[in-house]
Design a binder for this molecule. Structure first.
Ligand SMILES: Cc1ncc(COP(=O)(O)O)c(C=O)c1O
Length: 416
């Protein structure tokens, strides 16, 4: 199977033209063309998105919400336009349900503190899954420790899929929240979140979805999912670092305590008492990452210009091709073979530490991530210290997959 990137095979996308939007993809590394397969960690920014950042900084920048002069009003308006773009992107009912954070990590911490501290008590239970990124484990452990609550964990099978029957058994009268990744960053598993949310809601339990690995790849509709919270990061969806989103149902956000205090999040302050601003301002203390938020709006526009369904089919095609090619390599094992997967291919090469795999692939210009991917419980489940992970974006090509495969074969020769 050798698949050139013809228009037809690329799901109607003109990949060469789209690649030309991304200046960084022209880089040479070690004298070879860069093959960027680390998109699950951070994707690259197209010129259209970079241009938005420059336009903001050169013609619109000032602090928001604080003045009546032209630039402050312009920056405020553009910041709120970006919020509306994100609202439409995830189909939130209201724009005040969209909170700008610094990333998924901050979004989850916000819920852990704002919801957890208020609604979780001694002997209550927090349901997580084996697949979670550390950022959806550690904040909950902190709450559990402080409150005397317990963490319950949904196991996975050998393919890296959640065992739903076990999940259902974990939901009980003491369960105060379910926190689950929409898509696993280590294995690519797409979790049955709709079904999981329905089961939790039947018992009155709210659900937080970590959408860091879903938002760039799948159509996310928070109303159809009916999740209570949804967290994701700008830098994984062709936007900048330092910006992320917490979606929360207004009814929850209104009940929650802010966990950062400052200007911008208050209605009035006296030394006796402070009253908080309505949502979303209540959770956006201090000067927010204005440029990054506006630029994230441009990343949303860019994704729309291609279409998430076309992005998804393109990435599925790349993943299938890569899976087939890597499966044919003797001595290489794919970790994570779920029936429903997003664009992640984790693998181990017999007798070679993933760190060495990554280092030698780098010599070929290939960027993969090696390590535990902030999912040590997943590695423990598979009895391995680490994997090498190739993760795809729509701009990757079949030829790049071929370079990856040739690189793995070279690694095997060196260590053979
Ligand atoms: C599934 C998942 N959750 C959370 C995070 C944390 O995202 P950030 O570092 O942007 O806050 C990541 C980042 O890799 C992730 O893949």
């Amino acid at each position: 199977m050798n698949a050139p990137d013809t228009l037809k095979q690329a799901g109607g996308l003109d990949i060469e033209r789209l690649r030309s939007d991304f200046p960084i993809l022209k880089l040479q590394v070690k004298g070879k063309p860069l093959v960027y397969l680390d998109n699950a960690a951070s994707s690259q920014m197209p010129r259209q998105v970079l241009d938005r950042w420059v336009r903001y900084q050169t013609t619109e920048h000032s602090n928001i919400h604080r003045a009546v002069h032209y630039l402050s009003e312009k920056a405020t308006a553009e910041y709120e336009v970006a919020r509306k773009k994100v609202q439409a992107f995830i189909n939130a009912k209201e724009d005040r349900e969209v909170i700008f954070t610094s990333g998924t990590t901050e979004a989850i911490n916000l819920v852990a503190h704002g919801y957890g501290r208020k609604f979780i008590g001694r002997d209550d239970e927090i349901v997580l899954t084996t697949l979670e990124h550390h950022s959806n484990i550690v904040p909950w452990q902190m709450v559990a420790e402080e409150k005397g609550a317990k963490i319950r964990v949904v196991p996975i099978n050998d393919r890296g899929e959640l065992i739903v029957e076990d999940y259902l058994k974990l939901l009980g009268p003491r369960t105060k929240i379910v926190c689950v990744g929409h898509v696993s960053n280590a294995l690519g598993t797409v979790n049955p979140v709709r079904e999981m949310i329905e089961a939790a809601h039947a018992k009155g339990i709210p659900v937080l979805l970590d959408g860091a690995q879903a938002a760039p790849h799948l159509q996310v509709d928070v109303q159809a999912l009916d999740c209570d919270f949804y967290a994701f990061s700008g830098h994984k969806m062709f936007g900048p670092t330092g910006i992320g989103i917490l979606y929360g149902k207004a009814e929850w956000l209104e009940k929650m305590q802010p966990y950062k205090g400052s200007g911008d999040m208050i209605l009035s302050v006296t030394f006796e008492k402070t009253t908080y601003a309505p949502i979303p301002a209540k959770f956006e203390a201090g000067t927010p990452p204005i440029a990054a938020a506006i630029t994230l709006g441009a990343a949303v526009d860019y994704i729309h210009s291609i279409g998430l369904s076309r992005i998804h089919s393109r990435e599925t095609e790349l993943l299938d091709y890569a899976t087939d090619r890597v499966n044919r390599l003797p001595g290489v094992r794919i970790i994570g073979t779920a029936e429903k997967k997003a664009a992640v291919l984790s693998f181990v090469v017999d007798g070679v530490h993933p760190h060495d795999v990554g280092t030698l692939l780098n010599e070929e210009g290939v960027a993969v991530r090696t390590g535990h991917h902030c999912t040590q419980p997943v590695m423990q489940r598979f009895g391995i210290p680490a994997t090498s992970r190739a993760s795809f974006a729509f701009y990757n090509t079949h030829a790049e997959v071929d370079v990856l495969v040739a690189g793995i074969q070279k690694v095997q020769k060196v260590f053979g």
